[in-house]
Design a protein around this ligand. Sequence first.
Ligand SMILES: Cc1cc2nc3c(=O)[nH]c(=O)nc-3n(C[C@H](O)[C@H](O)[C@H](O)COP(=O)(O)O)c2cc1C
Length: 163
Amino acid sequence: MKKTLIVFYSLDGNTRAAAEKLAGELGCDSAEIKTVKPMPKSTFAKLIVGGGQAAFNKLVPIEPLECDPKEYDLIVIGTPVWAGKCSAPVLSFIENCPVKERIEAVFTSSAGGDNDKCVALLKKRIPSIALSCALGDARGKHAGKNEENLAVFINELRKITVD
Ligand SMILES: Cc1cc2nc3c(=O)[nH]c(=O)nc-3n(C[C@H](O)[C@H](O)[C@H](O)COP(=O)(O)O)c2cc1C
């Protein structure tokens, strides 16, 4: 079995809920990326600050992870979609990840369906990504297939975690 780690960032809880479900089903570890500076609380300020960071591929300071990615064979990344891209905290993790080639799967959460665009950009950065899962914000209209999509993703992950 490949030792698997789920690394995720979540501002409003959607990606965290998916990460917890995945870790529970796969029986693997998970580690939440936390930023050194908190994001603003108001929706408008969040969109301006986070959207600007993501649009310009800005890296932000993040706390050290609770797990060492080097100790894992397979890394699954979870990110909210910001400005059609991966969130700045996740980009910051990826850019400094010493074992980037072990990232083989990604799940994304968006409000309006920008998951495919986000995954395509991530694949350019990380060619080892072979699996992806698109989720919708639970507060919006695009969450109807979340459970089904997660179940498919979990099955695919089970196949690649077996040696
Ligand atoms: C800064 C920011 C930028 C966003 N940009 C997009 C976007 O470009 N497209 C989209 O569909 N949703 C966008 N959203 C919505 C989030 O992707 C969506 O709410 C997601 O489910 C949040 O995940 P989380 O709860 O794990 O933080 C954005 C949200 C924020 C805070």
